[in-house]
Design a binder for this molecule. Structure first.
Ligand SMILES: Nc1nc2c(c(=O)[nH]1)N[C@H]1C(S)=C(S)[C@@H](COP(=O)(O)OP(=O)(O)OC[C@H]3O[C@@H](n4cnc5c(=O)[nH]c(N)nc54)[C@H](O)[C@@H]3O)O[C@H]1N2
Ligand SMILES: Nc1nc2c(c(=O)[nH]1)N[C@H]1C(S)=C(S)[C@@H](COP(=O)(O)OP(=O)(O)OC[C@H]3O[C@@H](n4cnc5c(=O)[nH]c(N)nc54)[C@H](O)[C@@H]3O)O[C@H]1N2
Ligand code: SF4
Ligand SMILES: [Mo]
Length: 675
């Protein structure tokens, strides 16, 4: 038996984008460890990737050859077919749809399973542009709220490298389950703590990072904008604001403070469910700490006030003049990379006047046929829509239609693949080369395949190359090799991206050759060149209400607020084949009021669906809030529904038409089986 070590990179939807060292034995993935190629991740990876990669690549859920559906949609009954037969059938049935309804009746249905730039969307987007298919606005699913809030306030620039957290006197982790979702940031925070730095965490849950914090504030979900306003007003009262910095670099200060001042500490504490002294202490620590590092996560974007909350909290370091000289906000890392998406994805191939739909609306469009032309063919890739979309039951009804032709491209036989007519076997990131621009740090990485494609699988690029050929698209851009695609993906000047080392990540530096740090060698790229607390650009894009951060209250239709943070065992739904049954966290007071006890089964329900979950009765969650991890597979649930069934797909955040996963109201009752 011969074992070899090969360099690779983790592709999963995770800000860390770790460099990997893969042990290959007899052409199989035997072991995956961290490598030193990316100094930020430096040899450390998470448990799930260390544990599950052999199963991910070689396990029984792996799709090994093209399949044709033989049973009812969702039943999982398939027969093996050849690549030629699969391509022919896809071409024939898609062409029939185009003939009857036009090309816009065809749509991709894709999101972000792999984060390599090629597998992410390259040949695939060229294919759909050329086809004239419906286009999707996808950022609403995740991250769009946060990046619009960031770009509106500071412009499309990188914040600071996460490495700065190590030297901070105060790290502020806000709506970020970092131990689970951003483990290398936590390693830097621990370094800071060893040097006497403080850690403050703002999260409704007592997460692991909250447990380790010097101060944990647990606001009710969706109330962060009030907390940030109260902090701004309290810092002003303390005389801590940097008037010179504000005068020079800020737009909208007076209006911002006019909204903030009415939120006294007492009023905000009552509205957020916090203790007044905690807000005051937090303000004092903010005033003192230099350097100061903020690391806002995605948790607080997933609600109707998400954009306002993020805009208000990322204003705080600026109000203190604490940007640069070691201080910063860990956000916008993807802006560190000189990506050339138009060259990679070729929107110029599309005929004029193509429509763009919000990804979150696809369940409705499929189920209700409420658009013209209707959707009659969808291509699902890099995505597990039935598990991850809000309003799961509606998405399921949409995908169950016999008159919608569905093509699936995945690594694993997911529950979404089970609804497809033709399933194509995708190669994993260990089986193709790709380029990795992280969304959590500033290191560009390249990886080569470490094993050949397993079974008859092919990389996404080759699958869409074959589809393009079968559809008769003969432009040279459909013959581009993966190396050509890499070279089209980023502009590194004289350096060819397809030739950068796989053994050493490349840091994205400023013109001065130093790491990119906002207010050192990067400056706001807003229309005014200032930090825009008042943003005309956001108002133009998302409506006048987006001009300034604002607060929208909502009447409660059900008594409990459901939030769904990341699991330490999966990446969204990926690796869900291996993960255990989810549970529901509930405060002892709420459990007692419903006759529920530790371990008993609760029926979690609202007008959209019902899920039965074993209860974890714990004060790690505040009264009035329940929590269960996102991404569990339907097979874990005896109703065949998971918590995404309870989430509204029609409610939208105040920016980016973002999904409101954490703005869900439910009731929990004793399940009949228990009663
Ligand atoms: N209830 C609830 N639901 C949520 C959220 C929430 O907070 N609460 N959050 C949402 C968030 S943050 C996100 S980002 C979305 C994620 O939604 P998705 O991006 O759909 O989820 P993933 O599970 O990351 O990936 C989808 C699929 O990509 C496949 N895949 C991996 N590598 C490759 C490859 O190289 N080629 C191909 N063809 N396929 C590959 C995986 O096998 C997996 O089935 O879910 C959202 N869903
Ligand atoms: N292990 C693992 N890692 C992952 C993922 C995974 O599924 N598993 N998913 C990846 C993806 S797709 C993403 S987008 C990132 C997301 O990673 P994070 O940024 O950590 O986002 P979440 O886990 O959605 O939520 C973070 C925290 O926000 C809290 N929260 C919820 N609502 C609010 C609120 O209104 N205010 C405040 N202050 N906090 C709130 C939750 O309790 C949670 O602890 O992680 C990535 N990394
Ligand atoms: S999932 Fe995240 S932490 Fe785990 S190996 Fe991949 S990039 Fe690293
Ligand atoms: Mo995400």
């Amino acid at each position: 038996m011969s074992a070899i070590e090969r360099a690779s990179v983790c592709t999963f939807d995770c800000p860390d984008t770790c460099s990997l060292s893969v042990t290959v034995e007899d052409g199989r993935i035997a072991k995956v460890r961290g490598s030193e190629a990316a100094p930020f991740t430096a040899g450390v990876i998470c448990n799930k990737v260390a544990r599950d990669m052999t199963a991910f690549v070689h396990g029984p859920q792996r799709i090994l050859h093209p399949l044709r559906r033989t049973g009812a949609k969702g039943s999982g009954a398939f027969e093996r077919i050849t690549w030629d037969a699969a391509l022919d059938e896809i071409h024939e049935r898609t062409s029939a749809v185009i003939e009857r309804w036009g090309p816009q009746a065809v749509s991709p249905l894709n999101y972000a399973g792999p984060h390599g730039m090629l597998a992410g969307d390259s040949m695939s987007s060229r294919f759909f542009y050329r086809l004239g298919a419906t286009q999707l606005y996808r950022r609403s699913m995740c991250g769009g709220v946060r990046s619009e809030a960031w770009a509106g306030t500071y412009g499309a620039v990188p914040g600071c490298p996460p490495e700065l957290a190590a030297e901070a006197k105060l790290n502020v982790v806000w709506g970020n389950n970092a131990t689970v979702t951003n483990l290398h940031l936590v390693r830097r925070i621990r370094q800071s703590k060893r040097n006497g730095g403080r850690l403050a965490v703002v999260d409704p849950l007592r997460t692991k990072i909250a447990e380790q914090a010097d101060l944990h504030l647990a606001p009710l979900p969706g109330t962060d904008v009030l907390l940030a306003w109260a902090l701004a007003a309290e810092l002003e009262r303390m005389g801590a604001l940097d008037d010179a910095f504000i005068a020079r670099h800020m737009l909208g200060f007076d209006e911002f403070m006019a909204a903030a001042r009415p939120w006294t500490v007492a009023r905000a504490a009552a509205a957020c469910g916090l203790r007044e002294e905690h807000i005051v202490t937090f303000a004092q620590w903010l005033a003192e700490a230099d350097p100061l590092v903020f690391a806002p996560g995605n948790g607080l974007e997933r609600g109707r006030n998400g954009g306002s909350s993020i805009r208000a909290l990322i204003a705080l370091p600026a109000l203190l003049g604490r940007l640069g000289r070691g201080s910063g906000i860990v956000l916008g890392a993807s802006n560190a990379f000189p990506k050339t998406m138009a060259r990679l994805q070729r929107p110029d191939l599309a005929p004029p006047g193509m429509r763009t739909l919000n990804l979150l609306d696809l369940g409705r469009h499929l189920a209700d046929d409420d658009i013209d032309p209707p959707l009659r063919a969808v291509f699902i890739y890099n995505h597990n829509p039935i598990v991850v979309h809000p309003d799961q039951n509606r998405m399921r009804r949409g995908l169950a239609r016999e008159d919608v032709f569905a093509v699936g491209v995945d690594v694993a036989m997911t529950e979404s693949m089970a609804y497809c007519d033709i399933v194509l076997p995708a190669a994993t990131h260990f089986e193709y080369a790709d380029l990795y621009a992280s969304y959590g740090h500033h290191w560009l990485q390249r990886a080569e395949a470490v094993i050949p494609p397993v079974g008859e699988s092919q990389p996404n690029t080759e699958i869409f190359r074959r589809l393009a050929a079968r559809f008769g698209f003969d432009e040279p851009c459909f013959k581009a090799s993966d190396e050509d695609l890499m070279d089209a993906a980023v502009d590194l000047g004289d350096v060819r991206p397809s030739e950068i080392s796989t053994e050493n990540a490349m840091q994205m530096n400023g013109k001065d050759g130093r790491p990119l740090v906002l207010f050192e060698n990067v400056f706001p790229a807003t229309p005014s060149g200032c930090i825009e607390l008042r943003s005309e650009a956001l108002a133009q894009r998302w409506g006048v209400a987006a001009l300034m951060p604002a607060w929208r209250e909502r009447t409660a239709d059900y008594p409990l607020m459901l939030i769904s943070p990341a699991s330490d065992r999966r990446i969204s739904s990926t690796l869900g084949f291996a993960a255990s049954l989810p549970r529901l966290m509930m405060h002892p007071r709420d459990a007692a009021a419903r006759g529920l006890a530790q371990g008993s089964e609760g029926k979690v329900w609202n007008e959209r669906g019902e899920v039965f979950l074993p209860l974890d009765v714990t004060d790690d969650v505040p009264p009035g809030v329940v929590a269960s991890e996102k991404g569990a597979w339907l097979a874990t649930s005896r109703t065949g529904q998971t918590i995404s069934a309870l989430v509204s797909a029609d409610m939208r955040a105040d920016l980016a038409e973002g999904a409101c996963f954490n703005d869900t109201r439910v009731e929990v009752s004793l399940s009949l089986r228990e009663a």
